[in-house]
Each structure stands twice: as structure tokens, then as C-alpha cells.
Design a protein around this ligand. Structure first.
Ligand code: NAD
Length: 373
């Protein structure tokens, strides 16, 4: 289907300029195809740099601008390997369709795997790999950026000075980080870097995790506590645990009721960790003083896309954007040069292992990881 500026991919509109990046062999019968969904400019940049290596493996890359959803899964026909983006939905229906098209591997180019039904992959024999670590620094540093921007009112100040208003208003008064108590939920790779940076500020850090990090346990100014104590004592709470059934809506009305008045909540992990309606109630009541959100539970349709010329129909997202004590970034905590290089190098390494006959290892690890929770 063609129009002057757009074509349809599945039922999704796609600019002709984007369509031109889709391989003309999209519907070819050639095997060894890697279908990269929700392709973005950075995918072209970093995948293109590795294109010779993929050629050596006898794989060709097809860039598909559409998200991988039940409506678009047919675009993966002939793809032996599918590379999804974080907001693609690989549920049972999609995975079974992929299997029927001959897909043998799903190479997730992210750490989180909550959008892939691993049990179905395991049952029907599709390998799943991910990039468990690429730069914990990138994510922790964005979490700190959100804290400091909210604290020192950087967005407001930037807008003010742009129009020549250099006054100091009472609303711009921030607080010293030194001596504040910060709760870090999830002290894995990213959470631990977060603790390190916060300790550099002179903060007291309270950690919560199902597993205690031995090195953190030795630190002065760091203590593992139960969640209720973390909620009650923290001036700032930063989320770094994965999204699992056990952590979904961890931050809800009940949790917020246990927090200090004016608490700052930072989420650079996954949107589903927070019940957004409850967060908005907390913000309206003033119980939550600030929120820094790199992720949002309804981000799928919006994040990574340009909605500046369209009406945003998600009233929850619109309400979040309307608060002057909330900063929303667009799932970009991973978005540094170093992290992207590692993401694509590791994805190449995963695909190379697969091409050399290795199967299932990371999937099994992921399932073990989930079962431990
Ligand atoms: P990690 O596996 O190293 O650490 C996660 C930690 O959470 C582990 O220590 C684990 O024991 C802990 N945990 C599990 N269940 C918990 C629970 N119920 N309560 C408290 N802690 C629990 O992972 P990581 O590399 O530190 O990444 C953390 C999360 O960050 C990922 O799951 C991913 O969703 C998110 N992430 C976001 C971005 C982004 O761009 N915004 C980028 C990378 C990762």
C-alpha cells in the first residue's frame, strides 16, 4: 500500500524515508535473516559498524521500523533471528507465530527481558539471549542527573535564563545532597554504582535487595534494611530492581503512605514498578515532592516516537507531564556511546555463539534467575 509520504507495514504507517531502510529483500525466501524491529537511527549507526562481521556469519540485517506486535509479526517471515526493542511485545501468540516462520533465536539488545514470554520460548525451543550488562554507569548516572535536575530546578532555570530572567525565586531553592538519606531498591549492577556515586556526595545509603552484596555490607554509611524502614527514612528513593510479577507496582498507595512527606522518587528501571495513578495521587497531595521517571508503565506507544504534532490520548502520561516537580525522560538511561557499543558488540557475540551452534544458555539462566525470585 502506497501513499505519497507513507507506506503501511502491517497496519502501521511508516514514512517512505524509513521504508527505504527496510531491506528490499524483506519478503525474500533467503535464510539467515536478522529482523531488527522498531529500528531507530542508533540501530543503523551501530549495526552498520558491525555489518562486515554479520556478513562473515552469513547473516543479513533487515531493519523494520514497526514495533513487534501481533499485528506486525508477519514482517518477521523468513527471519532466523529476531532482535526486538524494549517496548515490543513478545507474548505467547507472537512467539508461536515466530516459531511457525522458522525463527530460532530472539536476541534481546537490552538487560530487561520482561517483554518476552520466556516460558513459551523454552517450551517451543527458541533461544533467547540478552545483554545482561553493558554500562551500569550510564543508567546510574542518568538516575543521578534526574535527582540533581529536580533538586536544583534545572529545567525551570534553563527556561528562565533563556528569556533573560536571572532572578532567584523561592521556588528555585534546592537542598544539599550531603547528609541526605537515599534508599536504593535493588543493589545489583546498576544499584551498586548508584550507591557508590551517592556515597561520593556524602549521603547515607539504605539498600533493599533479596540478596545482599558482600562488598556493600562492609561500607560505612551503607545499611541493608527492610522496605518499610527504607520508605520511612529515605529523602530520595531510587528503583533498580527488575520488573517481575513480585515487583510489579511495588511503589503503590500503601508504599507511598509509608514514605516521608516530600520524598523524591526516581525510576530508571521499568515503568511497571510504579502504580502511576497512585504516584499522581501522591504528587497531588504533596506526599511525593518530586518524581524523576525515565520509564513509564504505558510508555509502549509513546516513547521513542515523536508525538509533538499529535494529541497525546494517554491522560495519565499527560498528567505526569503537567507537574513542574516531575521530569520524564524517554527511556534513555542506557543511551551513551559506551553503552551502545557494548550492547551491539554483545548482541553480535550472542548471535555468533548461536551461529556456531550454541543454544539456550542465557534463556536457562534467565529462567533460573526468575525462579529464584
Ligand atoms: P541486576 O540483575 O544486576 O540487579 C537487579 C537487582 O535487583 C538484583 O540484585 C536482584 O537481586 C534485585 N531484585 C530482584 N528482585 C527484587 C525485589 N523484589 N526487591 C528488591 N530487589 C530485587 O540488574 P541491573 O543491571 O542492575 O538492572 C536493573 C534494572 O534496570 C533492569 O532489570 C532493567 O529493567 C533496568 N534497566 C533500565 C535501563 C534504562 O535505559 N532505563 C537500562 C538498563 C537496565
Amino acid at each position: 500500500v502506497r501513499s505519497v509520504n507513507f507506506r503501511l507495514i502491517g497496519n502501521l504507517k511508516c514514512r517512505n524515508s524509513e521504508w527505504n531502510r527496510v531491506s528490499p529483500r524483506l519478503y525474500s525466501t533467503k535464510k539467515n535473516v536478522i529482523a531488527l524491529f522498531d529500528a531507530k537511527p542508533f540501530d543503523y549507526k551501530y549495526m552498520d559498524e558491525l555489518s562486515e562481521k554479520f556478513k562473515e556469519l552469513n547473516y543479513e540485517i533487515q531493519y523494520i521500523p514497526a514495533r513487534l506486535l501481533p499485528e506486525t509479526v508477519s514482517l518477521a517471515q523468513n527471519a532466523k533471528i529476531v532482535v526486538p526493542m524494549v517496548n515490543d511485545k513478545l507474548d505467547q501468540q507472537v512467539i508461536e507465530r515466530l516459531k511457525s516462520y522458522g525463527t530460532e533465536m530472539i536476541a534481546i539488545k537490552a538487560a530487561g527481558f520482561n517483554n518476552v514470554d520466556l516460558q513459551t520460548c523454552d517450551r517451543i525451543g527458541i533461544s533467547v539471549t540478552r545483554v545482561p550488562a553493558y554500562s551500569p554507569y550510564a543508567v546510574a548516572e542518568l538516575a543521578i542527573t534526574l535527582i540533581m535536575s529536580l533538586n536544583r530546578k534545572i529545567p525551570q532555570t534553563y527556561n528562565k535564563t533563556k528569556i533573560g530572567d536571572f532572578r532567584l525565586t523561592n521556588a528555585m531553592i534546592g537542598f544539599d545532597m550531603h547528609g541526605k538519606t537515599v534508599g536504593v531498591i535493588g543493589t545489583g549492577k546498576i544499584g551498586k554504582i548508584m550507591c557508590n556515586i551517592l556515597q561520593g556526595f556524602g549521603c547515607k545509603v539504605l539498600g533493599y535487595d533479596l540478596w545482599k552484596d558482600k562488598e556493600l555490607l562492609q561500607r560505612p554509611n551503607f545499611k541493608y534494611v527492610e522496605l518499610d524502614e527504607l520508605y520511612a527514612r529515605s529523602d530520595i528513593i531510587s528503583l533498580h530492581s527488575p520488573l517481575l510479577p513480585s515487583t510489579e507496582h511495588l511503589i503503590n498507595k500503601n508504599a507511598i503512605s509509608k514514605m516521608k512527606k516530600g520524598v523524591m522518587i526516581i525510576n530508571t528501571s521499568r515503568g511497571g514498578l510504579i502504580d502511576t495513578h497512585d504516584l499522581i495521587d501522591g504528587l497531588k497531595e504533596g506526599k511525593v515532592g518530586y518524581a524523576g521517571l525515565d520509564v513509564y508503565e504505558g510508555e509502549g506507544e509513546y516513547f521513542f516516537n515523536n508525538w509533538s504534532e499529535q494529541v497525546i490520548n494517554d491522560d495519565v502520561l499527560s498528567r505526569l507531564l503537567s507537574f513542574n516537580n516531575v521530569i520524564v525522560t524517554s527511556h534513555q538511561a542506557f543511551y551513551t556511546h559506551e553503552a551502545l557499543q557494548n550492547i551491539f558488540q554483545t548482541t553480535l557475540a550472542n548471535i555468533t555463539e548461536f551461529a556456531n551452534g550454541k543454544r539456550m544458555d542465557q534463556l536457562t539462566n534467565s529462567l533460573n534467575f526468575m525462579n529464584k525470585k
